[in-house]
Structure formats: structure tokens, C-alpha cells
Design a protein around this ligand. Sequence first.
Ligand code: HPA
Length: 267
Amino acid sequence: MINRPFQKSADFIANHFGNTNHDVAIVLGSGLGGFTKHLAEKKVLPTSSIPDYPRSTVVGHDGEIVSAAVEGRRVLVFSGRSHYYESASTVNAAVTAIVSDSLGIKRLVLTNAAGILNEAFYPGDLMLIKDQINLTFRNILADLESPVTNLHPVYSEELASLAFSAAEKSSVNLRSGVYVGLTGPSYETPAEVKVYRNLGGDAVGMSTVQEAIYARAAGMQVLGISCLTNYSTGITSEKLSHAEVTDIGAQVDEKFSRLLTNLIGLL
Ligand code: HPA
């Protein structure tokens, strides 16, 4: 049994949404909050009103939790997340997964904005995370004093297969690759990017890995989708900014929402 912090937060959320049973929890990454526009029967909860809930301060993260209906399913959507670099806490970084687990939700869809390592990919592409390399050098299971656990495969093969079916139905060219998770908050140097490519990474970002580890250890099924917003530093001569990351997210919104909606319909 894994320790579950944020019990007060989870109770408050459950109470707010009237103990609704959610079929799936979805975490929206930087620039991807537009998905909530497509939701029906929405009930919104700003995360700032939840006791003990870590704050999200990053531009492009709305900081709200939405309970809604999609394709006949009930979804709990976290628009915005807390990053490791905001409080140097793996536990805060995984609050979405921990609270979802406490609410009894069995499936977690983690989305994020990520930089491209694999030159065969393009800004605006969506990539299914088939596996991850946790280069934060932190592990939430150690911080929760949880026993050693074999997490392989971290990402559910069953959900991945449904995601590819949804991609076909949505006419989306869904890529597949390995996500490298770093602490941030600074972007990589060209020398670091070279290392991560040589390690087998296809995309790089500053979130997701602790949430995935916690959720898998807690027995949830995990799906990961990266929105590839930019080439990582040094792959092109362009300078990288957070504005670029959120802008591409907004451009991909329609395609991303179509894929997610069709996926939920298949769950
Ligand atoms: N590096 C790290 N994180 C990111 C990037 C990047 O290039 N783009 C979006 N998130």
C-alpha cells in the first residue's frame, strides 16, 4: 500500500464534485488547456481554493480542476499542474496522480509540452509516450517511503493501443517515442541535448515522470501524450522561449482535442 498525501485536498475535491465516479483523469500540459472548451456538463474548481493543494505559477497553466462529460464518460480534468522546479518536491509534482488515486480513478492520461530530440519529428506533432527516462534523479516512491516496485511497463500497452485507434479515427498522425523527464526550470544546453538523444530519448520535458511513477505504483493505468512544441536547444539555430511552447500548444488544440475526445469514447 502506497502512502497517499493530500487526503484533505482529495476529500475537498470529492465533496465539491458530489462524489461523482470519474472514468478517467486527464492532466493537461502547457498550452493544452483549450481542451476544457470542448467539455459538456462542466463543473469547475479553481485549485487555489483547495486546501493543501500546491500552487501552479507557470504561464499557460490555468490551475483548475474540471469535472465533465465526454462521449458518455465522466472525466476529471486537471488544467495545469505543479512542476518539480516550483517547490523541489516530487510529491507536489505528482499531486494530480495522488488525488486521482485517492478518488478511486483507475486511468490517468498525462499530457505535456515537450521539446523534440528525434529529428524525424516536427513541432506540432503529438507523440505517444511509450516509455520514459527519469533524469530528475528523484523518485517519488523513495520520498513516500514506498517499497521497491517493478513498474514495467510504466505506460499501459492497452491504453496505448486505444490511443492509436483513436488517432486513426481522428486522422491524427500519432508518433511514438521515449520521454526524457528533467527537473528544469532552465532549458537544456546543446551538449545536454546531444546526451539525451544518445540515451535514446525522442522528446524532453519537465513534468510527467513522477506522476507516471506514482500512478503505476498505485495500480492505475497510465497513458502519456506529448505535444512536441519545439526543437530542443541546438537542433536548430532558433532561440527557445516559453511563449513558443504555449503558442504551438494553442495551434495544436483542435487536433489534440479531437484525439482526446475519440480516445475517451473508446475507454
Ligand atoms: N525542453 C524542456 N522542456 C520543454 C521543452 C524543451 O525544449 N519544450 C517544452 N517543454
